[in-house]
Design a protein around this ligand. Structure first.
Ligand code: ARG
Length: 400
């Protein structure tokens, strides 16, 4: 009899999986991670543990990984302004390498030789979890029973009835949902037609247009070497609070046709109020405190960072190297950004920093102007020298 650690959410799919692995003759340890906001409130996580034990798990562990998620995954991604394909803050993507690490750690604690997850063969999450486990503990076997032997909905329900797996209301849900404190993703159902506008019932964290306050609300985000806080509070608690504040204004709805790792395009809808506000604020402060060259270089490095996180290559030397680069730029990302939340927008309306490279004396159009206007003339003469030669050649090459 071999021992397997299963990434267990408490939903129907992973509950069936748990049963299937037991019927195959394994001892199953269910591992459930709390990564902040989910569609299930905090109190239900204990019920998830109890459910795993009732289904026959050898043990069920519940790991509060919220601060670790923020510290080691969300914060580095924020330093990289990580938005996949320019829009998606990578909420699900960032959580999978952590889940992989938790599976590995639980496997060590229980002396298990294998881990299992409930991903199907079509998504990105199988790639992220499996590459994560492989990078951290190559000796472990990874099982993906829903990919090995996919089950139709009807068969799943029949199996659940037969094996006394409780069938919860999740069945009636028209979407596939994944949520943690960095965002909520909504897939499937009517959203599979890219022409259908997302119905209001797809959203749970962001207010519908009619319910958004007519007055704007300002939130001041402070950054200390790139680490955000609001009124002195940072970490998971601040992010959860900001999800509520910005969500009430409808901020953070994202709808994109996304390129999955496995090569297919899919339509994905997200709600990520806090991530949207924090990335915008972080970018605004960087624009004030970082040099032009840093910003230009960082824009392409940031895009690469988001791709690595999305593509399941979190545990890669390039990501480590980019983190080291971002750690240097982050040293001067200290200051405050005033974000104005209003009707689904989050706009930086003010920014200040002790490391500001902005110099009002140089920038002003007023009387205090300290800029040497004559110097611009000489600058343009030198700067344009290559163009003079090209212009002369052009007049030779083009016959009249
Ligand atoms: N498309 C997103 C991503 O790949 C969301 C995935 C959500 N995962 C899920 N199992 N529903 O990061």
């Amino acid at each position: 009899m071999s021992r397997i650690v299963l990434a267990y959410s408490g939903g129907l799919d992973t509950s069936i999986l748990l049963k299937r692995l037991i019927l195959e003759g394994h001892e199953v340890v269910a591992m459930t991670a709390d990564l902040g906001e989910s569609d299930h409130p905090q109190i239900e996580l204990e019920a998830v543990r109890a459910k795993a034990l009732a289904l026959g798990a050898l043990d069920a562990v519940l790991i509060d990984a919220r601060e670790r998620f923020v510290e080691s995954f969300v914060t580095p991604a924020l330093h990289a302004n990580a938005l996949y394909e320019g829009l998606y803050p990578l909420s699900a993507s960032l959580s999978r390498p952590l889940i992989a690490a938790l599976l590995v750690e639980t496997a060590h604690a229980y002396d298990a030789g294998a881990v299992a997850h409930g991903c199907t063969g079509k998504g990105n999450d199988q790639v992220r979890i499996e590459l994560g486990v492989r990078a951290l503990a190559p000796h472990l076997t990874v099982r993906a029973p829903l990919r090995e032997q996919p089950m139709s909905r009807t068969d799943a329900i029949a199996f659940a009835r037969e094996q006394n797996v409780p069938i919860t209301h999740t069945l009636e849900k028209p979407y596939s949902i994944d949520a943690n404190l960095w965002g909520r993703s909504i897939e499937a159902g009517i959203l599979e037609d890219p022409w259908s506008a997302p119905p209001e019932d797809a959203f749970a964290w962001t207010a519908a247009p009619a319910d958004r306050p007519s007055a704007a609300e300002d939130v001041v985000i402070a950054f200390d070497a790139g680490k955000p806080s609001i009124d002195g509070t940072g970490g998971a608690g601040m992010i959860a609070a900001l999800n509520r504040i910005a969500g009430a204004h409808g901020v953070g709805r994202i709808d994109l046709i996304e390129d999955r790792v496995i090569g297919i395009k899919s339509r994905e809808v997200y709600e990520a109020p806090a991530a949207t506000v924090l990335v915008a604020a972080h970018k605004a402060l960087e624009r004030l405190a970082l040099s032009r060259d840093e910003l230009r270089f960082k824009a392409s490095a940031d895009q690469r960072y988001a791709e690595l996180a999305y593509d399941g290559l979190w545990y890669s030397p390039l990501r480590d190297a980019l983190d080291a680069f971002n750690a240097v730029t982050a040293q001067r990302v200290t200051g405050e950004v005033r974000m104005r939340l209003h009707h689904a927008t989050a706009v930086a309306t003010g920014v200040r920093s002790p490391f500001a490279l902005y110099d009002e004396g140089l920038a002003t159009y007023g009387k205090a102007d300290a800029f040497d206007h004559a110097a611009a003339d000489g600058f343009i003469r030198c700067y344009g020298l290559p163009l003079d030669r090209l212009a002369a050649l052009r007049s030779v090459a083009v016959p009249s």
